[in-house]
Design a protein around this ligand. Structure first.
Ligand code: FAD
Length: 380
């Protein structure tokens, strides 16, 4: 039952663009409003697991992404000092045949560029320098109005708030939120392999240590290494992904770690630092003709590498619901299908923080706990 011909999306991130493409492929007119003045993504890596790859395949992007990927051979958890393996789960060909879709590493900019190009080819209108301020019901036309900070007003049958962790759309729908600082900060960086003093294993590797963990993996066919380093700390509160951190401080924090980590960090010349916040499940994801998607409604700690994957899944499920039901019913169904899954993954991500930061005697218990986690490492 199609009741929808025109959709507005706030935010051209991975969730917003996936949603735009899924809807445009159904013949719906989609306009995406993005606050940035040019399309681009932060320089960082993403692990794209088979569940998200199945959606990207349905959207026709698998072959377009293939030239930019790195295929990890294992997902591992290793001891920060000795390098002993607590866990080594095969990925590569094994993951492809087990899950019927590959497990890939991608540079965010590559995924974003391929998505944006496919959107333009499908007729999606992308408005840049288009900061969304608020929305209102348009009772006369039975639509929703969206207001931009330059004075423009747009209307459509549906507004999708895919405007990320500090979503304006969520704030208007549900009021200001109160994130809880998790007492952890994360550093990230990308290093060209030509600058490395060492080689690392071709795996998605978590190095677990007391009060800290370190994630490393290759990108773009092995030309770059992505790292994320998480430290328990209370003196940094900024949640922006674009604030520079002190690379010497990062090196000091991980001094004495296994040479794969310390040699890798020795080649880092810059880093970004942000604070990790926890958030509660929202009471609802929609009202009238407005609905939330991705980090706007279920931001998660990065310890399951599933935030973008969940936004991509949301996009596909929402488009499917809108193709089958009236708008009201579609939004209810979408939340019913998605919320239990995203809430579970939010909770698992939080639990992994404890698992990765072993203290003293926890080393012995780690193996069993890690194995339990890994049985759910790649959600189907
Ligand atoms: P965003 O990507 O934040 O996009 C929101 C967009 O909305 C932005 O373009 C923004 O400019 C725009 N916007 C915001 N406000 C406005 C406004 N008022 N008007 C107009 N536009 C606006 N996920 C994985 O699946 N795998 C991983 O390996 C992984 N690794 C990660 C590593 C790190 C270090 C981090 C921090 C996250 C990681 N994630 C990973 C999570 C993932 O990056 C996010 O969950 C995902 O990007 C969310 O997508 P989104 O489209 O919902 O939001």
């Amino acid at each position: 039952m199609r009741q929808i011909s025109r959709v507005l999306i706030a935010g051209a991130g991975i969730g917003g663009l996936s949603s735009a493409l899924a809807l445009a492929k159904q013949g719906i007119k989609v306009i995406v409003c993005e606050q940035a003045s040019s399309l681009g993504e932060v320089g960082a890596g993403l692990q794209i697991s088979p569940n998200a790859m199945k959606v990207l395949r349905k959207l026709g992007l698998e072959s377009r992404l293939r030239p930019f990927v790195f295929v990890p051979q294992h997902a591992t958890i290793r001891d920060f000092k000795t390098g002993d393996y607590y866990l080594k789960v095969p990925l590569g060909e094994h993951a492809s045949s087990r899950y019927s879709a590959p497990y890939w590493h991608l540079h965010r900019a590559d995924l974003h560029r391929v998505l944006a190009q496919a959107c333009l080819e499908a007729g999606v209108e992308l408005l840049l320098d288009a900061t969304v301020t608020h929305y209102a019901k348009n009772t006369e036309l039975n639509q929703v109005n969206l207001f931009l900070n330059d004075g423009r007003t747009l209307s459509a049958d549906l507004l999708i708030g895919a405007d990320g962790i500090r979503s304006k759309i969520r704030e208007q729908m549900l009021g200001p939120e109160r994130p809880t600082f998790m007492g952890q900060v994360a550093w990230r960086g990308v290093i060209p392999v030509s600058e490395l003093r060492t080689t690392i294993q071709p795996d998605a590797c978590v190095w677990a240590g007391p009060g800290r963990h370190f994630v490393s993996y290759y990108l773009r066919g092995g030309d770059y290494v992505n790292f994320v380093a998480v430290e328990e700390r209370s003196d940094w509160q900024s949640e922006s992904w674009r604030e520079e951190g002190d690379v010497e401080e990062l090196k000091r924090a991980f001094a004495g770690w296994h040479p794969e980590v310390s040699d890798l960090l020795a080649s880092a010349s810059s880093t970004f630092l942000w604070a990790l916040n926890g958030r509660r499940e929202l009471s609802t994801w929609h009202e009238d003709r407005v609905v939330l998607l991705g980090d706007a409604c279920h931001p998660m700690l990065p310890f399951m590498a599933q935030g973008a994957a969940m936004a991509i899944e949301d996009a596909y499920v929402l488009a499917q619901c809108l193709s089958r039901y009236s708008i009201g019913d579609a939004l209810i169904k979408y939340e019913q299908v998605r919320k239990p899954r995203t809430t579970k993954i939010q909770q698992m991500s939080k639990a992994n923080a404890g698992l990765y930061h072993m203290h003293g005697g926890a080393f012995g218990k780690m193996k069993l706990k890690a194995l339990q986690t890994v049985s759910r490492f790649v959600p189907r």
